[in-house]
Design a protein around this ligand. Structure first.
Ligand code: FA5
Length: 350
């Protein structure tokens, strides 16, 4: 029996040396210390021994049991530590002392002026409305008093889809839907329609320093009883003085748009050349910024609003040109260039 203990001790020592993972180790624990394990079986076999033999043999088996338990626990700690070290060695290395990446990007200058204009108009009670870029011929032209084959269509050639829809050439394309949607509240509850709707516009035309084929406008409409040109001029002046925060020269001249009557062109003295004339303003010293006018009775009628009862104004602010003037960008094409070097120099100074 003594020999059995010696043989078992050697066997356990040998196996513990080669065991390589926790699962295998648990298998060993069960094989030696489990209910049917070799050491447990030795203890059970003592029942046939004499009391003296039981005493000396029992002590030795118990010694082996304790020794084996301790060894297994020690081995378990070693294997756990080895597993942690293995996981750590496989983790990607990073240096926590490396300075944070400060190249975080920046808002596009057009986004900055758009947000600024939204804040200004919201503070004056205007709702900000989003509208799709793909619209129908009806929304873009017909509802705006521009029937098919009307010569005014020549001023706004755009990109047509095979299903007959088109990329909107101006934000005025949302006017009809907005008049219809908010007209109900105007007629039933007397709440004036006051909304701005910024958006991307597309034109199939040659580009130059102040023309892009993709640019942003921000439309605005106000409809109520007794709205006049004075209201229009007030809102235009407030918007410009808030955006530029300095005196700028503007001029209002007659302009033709089939959806307004009377219609105006609101020009701003070119801030790139100070009005001297340069490529950014086509050498004229003035930049067309915000055409506007009193909404044509046909357009109100098409939007479900009675022009004998209500009047309103509309404007179409050239947001991309506004960004040019505000940030001194000489060529509009730089704004669509995707050049981070060019674009990241502009910040929100508000
Ligand atoms: C219009 O688009 C009218 N829908 C504006 C309007 C709205 C008039 C409501 C009356 C009432 P126009 O084509 O002029 O008009 O464009 C308006 C503004 O958008 C221009 O003054 C200019 O600032 C800007 N814009 C027009 N075409 C371009 C272009 N190709 N590139 C950059 N900006 C442009």
């Amino acid at each position: 029996m003594e020999n059995q203990i010696i043989a078992l001790r050697n066997e356990i020592a040998e196996k513990l040396q080669t065991v390589s993972d926790l699962q295998e180790l648990d298998g060993l624990r069960v094989a030696y210390l489990g209910k049917k394990g070799s050491i447990t079986t030795l203890l059970k076999g003592m029942k046939d021994l004499s009391p003296e033999e039981k005493k000396s043999f029992g002590a030795k088996v118990n010694e082996l049991k304790e020794e084996t338990t301790e060894k297994i626990e020690k081995k378990m700690e070693e294997l756990k530590e080895a597993e942690i070290q293995k996981e750590l060695s496989e983790m990607p290395l990073f240096d926590i002392t490396t300075p944070a990446d400060t190249d975080r990007g920046s808002y596009h200058p057009i986004t900055l002026v758009q947000r600024q204009c939204e804040t200004i108009f919201k503070s004056m009670g205007f709702a900000v409305i989003d509208y799709p870029e793909i619209v129908t011929d009806y929304e873009c032209f017909e509802a705006l008093n521009i029937p098919k084959h009307h010569p005014a269509r020549d001023m706004q050639d755009t990109y047509y889809l095979t299903n007959g829809q088109l990329l909107k050439s101006h934000t005025s394309a949302a006017q009809n839907a907005i008049l219809k949607k908010y007209g109900k509240n105007l007629k039933e509850n007397g709440v004036p329609i006051k909304a701005i709707f910024p958006g991307r516009c597309f034109r199939n035309e040659a580009t130059d320093a102040c023309h892009e084929n993709t640019f942003f406008q921000m439309e605005g409409v106000m409809v109520d009883k007794d709205i006049s040109i004075s209201n229009l001029i007030y809102f235009m002046k407030t918007m410009l003085s808030e955006v530029f925060r300095k005196d700028i020269k503007v001029r209002l001249r007659p302009g033709f748009f089939p959806f307004v009557e009377p219609g105006f062109e609101l020009d701003i003295s070119c801030l790139i050349c100070g009005g001297e004339g340069c490529p950014s303003c086509k050498q004229s010293g003035w930049l067309e910024l915000c055409p506007c006018g009193m909404i044509h009775p046909n357009v109100l009628r098409e939007g479900g609003i009675d022009p004998d009862e209500y009047t309103g104004f509309a404007f179409g602010l050239g947001l991309t040109r506004l960004a040019m003037m505000k940030y001194g960008v000489k060529d509009i094409r730089n704004l669509n260039s995707g050049s981070l070097k060019a674009l990241s120099q502009f910040t929100d100074d508000e």
